[in-house]
Design a protein around this ligand. Structure first.
Ligand SMILES: *[C@@H]1O[C@H](CO)[C@@H](O)[C@H](O)[C@H]1NC(C)=O
Ligand SMILES: *[C@@H]1O[C@H](CO)[C@@H](O)[C@H](O)[C@H]1NC(C)=O
Ligand SMILES: [Zn+2]
Length: 249
């Protein structure tokens, strides 16, 4: 079990400590959670075919996931409007992973703007919210990326546990990473997974939830909750699904 003594040492960064509100500060980089006992399970590179499966598994676990989604990567976001509405309605956090999964340190300023604005517009069209959290593809950022994030009222979210599911790790290796990871830290986990990995959905996720719960991690929360920051820069009425929207515009 997570030792009580370890958790109480983290009480100073408990839920009263707000790192970023809707007024800022922005452009910060977060690579670990601050709320003790929390696990933020994050899923990149979708929306894809297992989006609703992950939402349902996390909901059944009494928790919430965070999805860092693209506009056009494994699929086109407009083909997954219903899946996104499903997960959003369950309270999962929808966040930006750029439009086309570009390495933001390798593009010019105007492309960086397009990469940020185009996915924001798509998410707002579908869900009515604009994400305040952005995970730069490949975890790749520099001062220009931080400045762009700040200009768009966003913070950058990295991770402190990589399940390895995008770099060729088998399901058993990913499980081992959770096994080792749970004990090697002091009260919280910000985990990187990919919603495009079938074995993450069919084998690893439920195992990781059960494993971490048994060890004493009780709060499976969104990234925004585990950091005490805002998930969205604005929240408006959701759009009506429009199946003639497409990604080739
Ligand atoms: C996702 O859920 C659907 C509907 O319950 C199910 O048919 C499908 O097998 C699931 N996919 C995976 C990869 O678990
Ligand atoms: C759907 O989107 C298309 C393209 O923007 C637009 O022409 C059409 O009016 C929209 N349909 C509805 C019902 O809003
Ligand atoms: Zn990615």
């Amino acid at each position: 079990m997570l030792a009580t003594v370890v958790l109480s040492a983290f009480a100073a960064v408990g839920s009263a400590f707000v790192l970023s509100t809707r007024d800022g500060p922005f452009g910060m980089v977060f690579d670990h959670c601050v709320v003790d006992g929390s696990v933020a399970m994050t899923f990149d590179d979708g929306p894809y075919n297992y989006h609703e499966n992950i939402s349902d598994i996390m909901t059944a676990a009494g928790g919430h996931a965070t999805f860092f989604i693209n506009g056009q990567n494994w699929g086109c976001i407009y083909d997954y409007q219903d899946a996104l509405k499903h997960s959003f309605a369950q309270g999962h956090q929808i966040a930006s992973h750029t439009w086309s999964h570009a390495d933001l340190t390798a593009v010019d300023a105007s492309t960086m703007e397009t990469e940020i604005n185009k996915i924001d517009a798509a998410i707002e069209n579908i869900l009515g919210v604009v994400p305040a959290c952005l995970r730069p593809p490949y975890g790749s950022y520099n001062d220009a990326v931080k400045a762009a994030a700040a200009a768009h009222s966003k913070n950058l979210i990295i991770w402190d546990l990589d399940s390895g599911d995008s770099t060729g790790s088998s399901a058993s290796v990913s499980k081992e990473i959770y096994d080792k990871g749970k004990a090697s830290r002091t009260g919280n986990i910000l985990a990187l997974n990919h919603e495009t990995s079938k074995t993450t959905v069919t084998e690893v996720l439920q195992y990781a939830i059960d494993d971490l719960k048994a060890y004493g991690y009780t709060k499976f929360v969104t990234v925004a909750e585990c950091l005490n920051i805002e998930p969205y820069t604005s929240v408006g009425p959701a759009g009506t699904p429009n199946y003639s929207w497409h990604c080739d515009w």
